[in-house]
Design a protein around this ligand. Sequence first.
Ligand SMILES: [Zn+2]
Length: 210
Amino acid sequence: MSILKIIEYGNPILREKSKEVTKVSKKIKTLITDMLETMYSANGVGLAAPQVGQNLRIFVIDVSDPEGPIDPQIFVNPKIIKVSGAINSYEGCLSFPKAYTNVRRYSDVMVKALDINGRPFIKEAHNGELLARAIQHEFDHLDGKLFIDHCRNRFETNNVLAKYNLPPVEADKLLNEEELEKSIIEYEKNHPEEAEKLRKEIEDSENQNG
Ligand SMILES: [Zn+2]
């Protein structure tokens, strides 16, 4: 096992579309093991293959309590098959050291993927839980998308990026998410207590990096 170098924002590899894995070979299994070791050593909750310089459709996630036993989840050739709901998510990324910002996400997600043995499985995550946000964040990496493309406030995000010496938001990469934004505002208006509770939980939780 080895710890791999994590690529930082500004490197064009992060903007490439990754290729499907044709076979979960021994080489792929080694890459997955190394990705897990790299993620744990960086205290991240998720890591996608492009972040370690491999444009392959693989990501790993562990949303378990850092004090408890590990619970690695491996996603090879993932496909998001259903999304619903909308939430504000305060996110960071291992490729953006220390920089966190508010982004738009779906609250519920269903994903289909292959495990480390090449066997298909389906995973669901709900109510804006960390797993739901992490799956969307990591899945994006495989399509060359980054969390800042979902930012709710470009100027606020640019200030954060500048503070940590990272390049600014790429305007042509910003996603048009008017409907999602409307749904987040609507949700926060109709459920002020739940929205505040979720916002607080997200902002207080550590290890948001992916
Ligand atoms: Zn990331």
